[in-house]
Design a protein around this ligand. Structure first.
Ligand SMILES: C[S@@+](CC[C@H](N)C(=O)[O-])C[C@H]1O[C@@H](n2cnc3c(N)ncnc32)[C@H](O)[C@@H]1O
Length: 311
């Protein structure tokens, strides 16, 4: 996965005024805050440029992977909450041809300005014409078919999260929440799952059932999205590999039911000579699968990846 070319070029223009050293310092501070799950602070222009280079490609890849599992939603309007530079809206514009309007909510005024500049470089009129609102999530929000909260719930208290979900539930048809793929991120997703089921919400992904989550500590439900690294990304993260795997946890749910798969692949897919193995979450259980060459599903299994729906 890589960013759309027009977005990558716009990011490079945003970063051009900064020395490599300034971006590396800002990137290290950003990574430290992310590891500590501290709220985003985009106070300096270099911090915002560093976010675009080292975090936006990763969150874009995670959001893209999630929205890909939610194609059945076909939303006509999107509310991108805690939008940052508009990462979620770029992914949604790439994946949902049904979208007609986007509203982005972001509290940081300088980040809204960055997001507007990036969007103005897009070939998509949907992104260029999107409405940016520099305001808090606690303020009144526009209605939409689909509300997207990507990498933002960690920055809210539990009470703020529930209050926000209550309002969104009365103003939207479906909600998607994406969090870092950590045990803490998964716990937040589980709390939202309980809340959604109590509201008689229909789960869309990743859960293929409404039973209690079978994932037990020390495991937690998370998925990887592989991100191609640019030369600058490698330099800023002192990385040698040409890619990194962004781990994320998520939940998509809505007011109307969509067809959900029999199971979800919730761990690495081991492809060996003559057989394929993976853990499958289905009907409230985690069931290890071992599919051999003689089985009808073998070809499907050879093409399967961690995170895919299974049949
Ligand atoms: C980690 S960034 C994620 C940005 C973007 N959604 C992404 O996935 O790349 C979290 C964003 O949420 C914004 N945010 C946090 N709390 C907020 C609030 N109460 N109201 C509006 N924006 C908020 C922050 O300013 C920050 O830009």
């Amino acid at each position: 996965m890589r960013l759309p070319d027009s977005l990558q070029e716009a990011i490079e223009r945003e970063c051009a005024p900064f020395s490599h050293e300034a971006l590396r310092d800002a990137s290290q501070q950003l990574s430290a805050r992310y590891q500590e799950s501290a709220p985003s602070r985009f106070q300096s222009p270099a911090a915002r440029a560093a976010y675009l280079t080292v975090r936006m490609p990763a969150t874009y890849a995670a959001i893209h992977a999630v929205l890909n599992e939610c194609q059945a939603l076909s939303p006509t309007s999107l509310l991108d909450l805690g939008a940052g530079p508009g990462t979620g809206s770029w992914a949604a514009a790439a994946l949902f041809p049904t979208l007609e309007s986007i509203n982005l909510i972001e509290q940081s005024h300088p980040m809204v300005e960055v997001g507007r500049r990036l969007a103005s470089a897009s070939a998509s009129a949907l992104l260029r014409d999107a409405s940016w609102h520099c305001q808090s999530l606690q303020d009144p929000l526009p209605s939409a078919d689909l509300a997207l909260l990507s990498y933002v719930i960690a920055e809210l208290s539990s009470a703020q999260t529930i209050e926000l979900l209550e309002r969104l539930w009365s103003q939207t048809n479906a909600i998607i929440v994406i969090e870092p793929g950590t045990p803490a991120g998964h716990q937040r997703i589980l709390q939202i799952r309980d809340w959604a089921l109590a509201k008689n919400g229909h789960l869309i992904a990743p859960c293929p059932h409404c039973f209690a989550c079978p994932m037990q500590t020390p495991d937690w439900c998370h998925f990887p999205a592989r991100v191609e690294r640019t030369r600058m990304h490698k330099y800023l993260k002192s990385g040698t590999l040409g890619y990194e795997d962004e781990k994320f946890s998520y939940l998509a749910f809505g007011k109307t039911s969509v067809k959900i798969p029999f199971g979800r692949i919730v761990g690495p897919v081991k492809k060996r000579s003559g057989f394929v193995q993976f853990p499958l979450c289905t009907q409230g259980k985690l069931i290890p699968q071992s599919i051999t060459r003689s089985q009808e599903t073998y070809r499907l299994a050879r093409d399967a990846d961690w995170g895919d729906a299974w049949m």
